[in-house]
Each structure stands twice: as structure tokens, then as C-alpha cells.
Design a protein around this ligand. Structure first.
Ligand code: AP5
Ligand code: MG
Ligand code: ZN
Length: 215
């Protein structure tokens, strides 16, 4: 199964990707997670990327395209993958097409999650993430059992640097201008599955699985 999860910041891409990873035993490839790991490791690429990320902008296409091209060659992608947060521009989508063609692979589906802007702000300001295992939570919609502590590994839950309201609004603008055009891009190729991401996490999950099984 070769999937893309498409949607604005806070749509639930990471939340749903984690579920799909377990269900289909295929890796989640989140360019955001890979970039944050590079920032944490203090690599040259990470330091450069951090400036764009903290400003709510996009990291240059050539950087992320290179990351994904390399990642898709790894053995765990042989049976499929879930791209979360990539592609985000038409240039990235075109580059992905070229990479897949070279590997003789084809996308199965692009799942697009639609959520209202105000709900996105609420989701992102309330998001917490485990600093060790990366499990995501929401203080109201998906709380951990003990406040501030991960259910899975007992590590501390932290807030992402770019989940401040001003940065969130900038990210939403960037999504509308640079990434939203990809909905039409993939609609035209016939692989798009559009879902209402305003529903509860569990319901969105069930609908994704139903649509994947139906096609
Ligand atoms: P990235 O990490 O990809 O961030 P994003 O796209 O802004 O998306 P988020 O991770 O914020 O949201 P999500 O959809 O994963 O939502 P989640 O499941 O966590 O990218 C960060 C930055 O890196 C970018 O701004 C850019 O600078 C750079 N970058 C990354 N990829 C790039 C690329 N390809 N090109 C260039 N630059 C790139 O859910 C959010 C919250 O809501 C959670 O708390 C969750 O519990 C809750 N929630 C989820 N679903 C529901 C629901 N159905 N109902 C209620 N609450 C819900
Ligand atoms: Mg995410
Ligand atoms: Zn954890």
C-alpha cells in the first residue's frame, strides 16, 4: 500500500498515519518528524531547516525531495509506505512521481483530510507530543492518562516550537497557497480519497480503512 496523507497542519495526518502503520506494517514517512530529528541532532541541514520551520514556512523543495528520495530506497519501504506531510508543493509532487517511476512503483491512494481553520488552531494549541517515542496527544480530544506523561513510555510530553498561535496562522496560510492545489492535482490522477477530518479520531480512522478496503 503506497499512500499519501494530505491535509492542513493539525488535520490529523500524524494521528492517522500511526494507525495505518500498525494496520498495514508499512512505515510512516513524516518529513516534519525527519526535519525535527535533524534539528535535534544539530546537523547543518537541521540548523538551516529550523529557520524555515520556526517561521511557519516551508523548507526548500530540494532539501525535502532529497530526504524522501533516499528514504524511499530503504528496505522497509518495499511493501509500501505512508507519506505524511510530503508532498507539499506541486514541484515536490512532480519529483515524487519521477522517483516512483524510476523504482517502478505507483501511488495507490492520496487521503485528503478536510478540517475548518478554527478547529485546526484549537487542535494545534492543545497538541502535546512525547519527547521520546513521538506519540501525539491532545489535552482535550486525546489526553494522556496522567497529565504531561506519555502512556506508552512514561516520558515527558512537550509542545512543538511551531505550535504557537502566530506561527500556526502562518502555517495555515502557507498550506492554502502552496499545498492545497495538490488536492486538484491528485483528483485529476484519480487516486484521491476525500474525507471529513472534523469527525472524531476513531471515526476518521474507520472511514479511512473502509475506503481503502472498498477500492
Ligand atoms: P509537519 O510536522 O508535517 O507539520 P504540519 O503539516 O503542520 O502538520 P502537523 O504535524 O502539525 O499536523 P498533523 O496533520 O500531523 O496533525 P496531528 O495528527 O498531529 O511539518 C512541520 C514543518 O516542517 C512545516 O511547517 C515545514 O516548515 C517543514 N516541512 C515538513 N514537511 C515539509 C515538506 N514536505 N516541504 C517543506 N517543508 C516541510 O493532530 C494535531 C492534534 O489534533 C493532535 O493533538 C491530535 O491529538 C489532535 N487530533 C487529530 N485528529 C483529531 C480529530 N479527528 N479530532 C480531534 N482532535 C484530533
Ligand atoms: Mg504531523
Ligand atoms: Zn512516549
Amino acid at each position: 500500500m503506497k499512500l499519501i496523507l494530505l491535509g492542513p497542519p493539525g488535520a490529523g495526518k500524524g494521528t492517522q498515519a500511526k494507525m495505518l502503520t500498525e494496520k498495514f506494517s508499512i512505515p510512516q514517512i513524516s518529513t516534519g518528524d525527519i526535519l525535527r530529528a535533524a534539528v535535534k541532532a544539530g546537523t547543518t541541514m537541521g540548523l538551516k531547516a529550523k529557520e524555515f520551520m520556526d517561521a511557519g514556512g516551508l523548507v526548500p523543495d530540494e532539501v525535502v525531495v532529497g530526504i524522501v528520495r533516499d528514504r524511499l530506497q530503504e528496505v522497509d519501504c518495499e511493501n509500501g509506505f505512508i507519506l505524511d506531510g510530503f508532498p507539499r508543493t506541486v514541484a515536490q509532487a512532480d519529483a515524487l512521481q519521477v522517483s516512483l517511476q524510476k523504482m517502478d512503483k505507483e501511488l495507490d491512494h492520496v487521503i485528503s483530510l478536510d478540517v475548518d481553520a478554527e478547529a485546526l488552531v484549537e487542535r494545534l494549541t492543545g497538541r502535546r507530543t512525547c519527547k521520546d517515542c513521538g506519540r501525539g496527544y491532545h489535552i482535550s480530544f486525546d489526553p494522556s492518562k496522567v497529565e504531561g506523561v506519555c502512556d506508552v513510555c512514561s516520558s515527558e510530553l512537550i509542545q512543538r516550537d511551531d505550535d504557537r498561535e502566530d506561527t500556526i496562522r502562518k502555517r495555515l496560510q502557507v498550506y492554502a497557497s502552496q499545498t492545497e492545489p495538490l488536492i486538484n492535482y491528485y483528483r485529476e490522477t484519480g487516486v484521491l480519497i476525500e474525507l471529513d477530518g472534523m469527525q472524531q479520531i476513531k471515526l476518521v480512522q474507520e472511514q479511512i480503512l473502509a475506503r481503502l478496503q472498498a477500492s
